[in-house]
Write a protein of this length. Sequence first.
Length: 160
Amino acid sequence: MRSAFPTAPVTTMDVSDNTNTHPDPFVIRECHPEEAEALLALWQAAGTSPSVTDTITDIRGSIESSATVLIAEVDQRIVGSLIATFDGWRGNMYRIAVHPDYRRRGIGRALVAEGERCLAKLGVKRITALVEEKYPWAVAFWSSVGYEIEPGIVRFFRNP
Ligand SMILES: CC(C)(COP(=O)(O)OP(=O)(O)OC[C@H]1O[C@@H](n2cnc3c(N)ncnc32)[C@H](O)[C@@H]1OP(=O)(O)O)[C@@H](O)C(=O)NCCC(=O)NCCS
């Protein structure tokens, strides 16, 4: 099932008129299935922790599901990503990533804002994000965009 969200560009930001010095505007839009390989390349360049689901087939599956897979694009280059999902009960965000050459320009913040906007349309009341606490920049980023650490929770997982 395709995502319920539009595939046209959803956000265009000209970052040249804020405190950021980079002149290139970026666009946030939904990722297309044929861009799965480019998305995987972004994650590798961004240094996200690899997982068993980092395959073209799994990424394509996510893009073609009801999940919202957002990308940030500069000059037709994929430079950022976020996966936002809603299971009918709660919202989750995964794989926030911005290419090292494009960081600290508000792209990560804009991706989260767009993800929240998409989830809000579905009536989401609670959004969680899995964050690797060993990465201080990741903790600083999520704190900066308004998320709190929930004490006493650990993540259990199994790769069946
Ligand atoms: C985390 C990440 C997505 C941030 O993307 P970004 O586009 O640079 O983030 P933004 O420019 O929107 O930053 C928003 C705010 O987050 C905080 N922040 C972002 N990067 C930070 C860093 N390296 N150190 C401290 N704070 C940081 C700042 O408060 C920043 O606001 P400011 O620039 O006005 O000070 C990016 O660094 C990244 O892809 N890292 C590697 C992948 C990763 O660790 N993902 C998170 C896994 S949970």
